[in-house]
Ligand binder design. Structure first.
Ligand SMILES: NC(=O)C1=CN([C@@H]2O[C@H](COP(=O)(O)OP(=O)(O)OC[C@H]3O[C@@H](n4cnc5c(N)ncnc54)[C@H](OP(=O)(O)O)[C@@H]3O)[C@@H](O)[C@H]2O)C=CC1
Ligand SMILES: O=C(O)C1=N[C@H](C(=O)O)C[C@H](O)C1
Length: 267
């Protein structure tokens, strides 16, 4: 028989959080036991417009949620300022975090990995939970072995707090693992308007576009002699991220260390 996994969600009232609430409450072997957001402390989820009619208690304090409820996994979908704190609180309470929040730097990931190891607790941080985005990153890594001149263009809705996106950074990191070190473009080029060339990552460039109407999109452009290659992924709806989050919640229960990137659990 499949074990029921008890889940809490931070950022439950946000765009991703609401989608995650729907996913968790409609997954038979998951049980939503707490929803955390700053506004609705003490209410039930069923009292909030647009939320499923489940009697799950809402909290504005994660420590209190973990003290009152028995929680196996925390799904964090907040922002980089509080996401790390939420992970630390989860570790303190012996809860395994599954984190979609982006904006963590390499030092954050290293330090959080150390805590997970000390506590012997599984954790997953995935900058993108959509399978198509994982394939885009993997195909880009494959292409970069042969075409080392790369520009990444990520495009998101205009409410996004971090730039570049977590996906763009992860893509650049994965490409860097295989790409011959190279400073792209003309070494004598002058940037006449600051920022025109985008952000620099190991000699590659990342450009962030923010517009209403967009959800989450990325193109990875490769240039070679007499040819270009474009690899593109579009999330046109936030449901695209939910199968990946579901898989991460199931997988984190079997881990005793931190895994960074969904590609490392879908092999
Ligand atoms: N890994 C992936 O596949 C994906 C990751 N993301 C990432 O998920 C995160 C959330 O995105 P999105 O849902 O669009 O953002 P929203 O702004 O819609 O939601 C953010 C949530 O975080 C909560 N929050 C903000 N500050 C605090 C705080 N100080 N304490 C507690 N909660 C807080 C907000 O709560 P309140 O209502 O109280 O303000 C809100 O519910 C982002 O980092 C985004 O990049 C997004 C899509 C996919
Ligand atoms: O904020 C978003 O919306 C998204 N954030 C993630 C990121 O920064 O890469 C994942 C996806 O692109 C949507």
């Amino acid at each position: 028989m499949t074990q029921t996994i008890k889940v809490a969600i931070t950022g439950a009232a946000g765009k991703m959080g609401q989608e995650a609430v729907r996913m968790v409450t409609s997954t038979p072997h998951f049980q939503l036991v707490a929803a955390i957001d700053r506004e609705n402390d003490g209410k039930l989820l069923s009292e909030i417009e647009g939320m499923p009619s489940v009697d799950v208690k809402m909290y504005n304090d994660l420590h209190r949620a973990f003290t009152e409820q028995d929680v196996d996994v925390l799904i964090d979908l907040t922002n980089p300022l509080v996401g790390r704190k939420h992970m630390e609180i989860a570790f303190e309470h012996g809860v395994r975090p599954v984190v979609g929040t982006t904006g963590f730097n390499e030092k954050d990931v290293e330090e959080l990995s150390r805590i997970a190891e000390e506590k012997n607790l599984g954790a997953i941080i995935a900058p993108n939970f959509a399978i198509g985005a994982i394939l885009m990153m993997k195909f880009s890594q494959m292409a970069a072995r042969y075409l080392p001149d790369v520009e990444i263009i990520e495009m998101h809705h205009d409410k996004k707090m971090d730039a570049p996106s977590g996906t763009a950074v992860k893509t650049a990191q994965m490409i860097s693992e295989v790409r011959e070190p190279k400073q792209q473009g003309n070494p004598e080029e002058k940037e006449e308007l600051q920022g025109a060339k985008g952000a620099e990552f190991d000699g590659m460039r990342i450009h962030s576009v923010r517009l209403p109407g967009l959800v989450a999109h990325q193109e990875v452009l490769f240039g070679g002699i007499g040819q270009t290659l474009t690899i593109r992924h579009d999330s046109i709806d936030r449901t695209s991220f939910m199968p990946g989050i579901r898989l991460a919640v199931e997988t984190v229960m079997k881990l005793d260390l931190l895994v960074y990137g969904l590609e490392n659990i879908i092999e």
